[in-house]
Design a protein around this ligand. Structure first.
Ligand code: BMA
Length: 381
């Protein structure tokens, strides 16, 4: 009897010690206790009020509309470069886009990989925020091991993960990304919420973070390391995180390289070559899959890159792009569609005055479902 009692007391003591020794998740600074949290819905439980508002407002805008986005819209267009107030989109339809894409490639230089000066980019981001628009950033960062560009898919990811030969130098690159993002503040000194879309199209083989250059586990570790570094080490709390594989048709394929729901806010997809009606149906189905999954997970779905280079179809905007998003109720949940940049007359994705699809773009703009800058409700409160 006595020995049973001793064993029981010993067991109790042992379990108490182990409970004290083990850090409960809420004690971890990366996962603050509920009382310190600002929210329980985002990757960043310490996100600023404006960042939470952006997420919620995007989620509700997506229920009844599609925001239109354009890469580098204010920086240049076909036949012009950095002229104040100009935008090919505005010159065609009379309004600015609702969403703007920017890229942080070449963050160690004065201008990004496409020649956009970072100082000017910051000014444009501030203008956009002031007018109520939304900014999203992709990262075509150079291969950290070979020194080649983002398209150099020599093996790099295992070397920049913790313990790898290039881990420390990769953190220096992320420091530069963080330093830039930290300068995005409004006139009243608040951080401007932005959507970060790192390591995109990772199911394809072209980038060094792509399918031929790292395993799913390595990709997921890279993503989590990046989010944890920006959020917990650098203390950035004005970011929403968007993941964006290219052209995925099933949930299983989407989740094959995916860091987990706790690490992602927006389920994006890049989708090009919408060149015929069977592709419109295919894209509609893919967006439906994404819209349903995002809703189930409490996230947002978005067409993070889309477009047809040189827009050679006169009815591309209504009969192709809008038709695909309108495919069914789940596809219609897509929050935004962002077309790529207008670099020149041979590399552009949005119309410009006189371009073949310009009249159809006006119809697309007038459709009650599409949202441009003037249509946006207040996104940050
Ligand atoms: C690609 C092309 C390139 C550009 C890159 C990053 O799709 O537009 O010219 O450098 O995106 O923006």
């Amino acid at each position: 009897m006595r020995s049973i009692k001793t064993i029981f007391i010993l067991f109790l003591l042992l379990s108490l010690t182990s409970a004290c020794g083990k850090k409960s998740p809420t004690e971890n600074k990366d996962n603050p206790p509920p009382s310190n949290r600002t929210n329980n819905i985002l990757t960043d439980t310490l996100a600023t009020a404006e960042t939470i508002a952006l997420f919620k407002n995007l989620q509700s805008a997506a229920k009844t509309g599609l925001l239109f986005g354009h890469q580098d819209d204010l920086a240049y267009g076909v036949g012009w470069w950095a002229e104040p107030g100009r935008s090919d989109v505005k010159e065609v339809c009379g309004d600015y886009p609702a969403v703007y894409g920017w890229d942080l490639g070449d963050i160690h230089k004065d201008a990004n990989l496409d020649g956009v000066d970072f100082w000017q980019m910051r000014q444009w981001v501030k203008q956009i925020y002031k007018r109520g628009g939304i900014n999203t950033f992709s990262m075509h960062l150079d291969n950290p091991v070979s020194g080649g560009d983002a398209w150099d898919n020599a093996i790099a990811v295992p070397h920049i993960l913790p313990g790898g030969s290039h881990h420390a130098s990769w953190l220096l690159t992320l420091d530069k990304v963080a330093d830039f993002l930290k300068t995005l503040t409004s006139d009243d000194g608040k951080y401007i919420p932005v959507i970060l879309r790192p390591y995109h199209e990772h199911n394809h083989s072209w980038p060094w973070w792509g399918s031929s250059a790292c395993s799913a586990d390595e990709y997921n570790a890279l993503w989590r390391m990046t989010v944890a570094y920006l959020r917990d080490t650098k203390g950035l709390h004005h970011l929403l995180y968007a993941i964006s594989p290219q052209e995925v048709n099933t949930e299983a394929d989407y989740l094959a390289r995916y860091p987990g729901d706790a690490w992602v806010d927006i389920l994006g997809m890049d989708y090009y070559l919408l060149t015929n009606q069977s592709r419109v149906t295919d894209m509609g189905k893919a967006l439906a899959m994404l819209g349903a999954m995002a809703e189930r997970k409490g996230k947002i779905s978005a067409l993070t890159e889309v477009g047809y280079e040189k827009v050679p179809l006169s009815d591309y905007w209504t009969t192709y792009l809008l038709a695909a998003v309108m495919y069914n109720a789940d596809a219609r949940k897509t929050a935004w569609a962002l077309v790529w940049r207008n670099a020149s007359a041979s590399h552009f994705f949005a119309p410009y005055p006189g371009q073949l699809s310009a009249a159809d773009f006006v119809k697309f703009y007038q459709d009650p479902f599409t949202l441009f800058e003037k249509d946006l409700p207040k996104m940050y409160q």
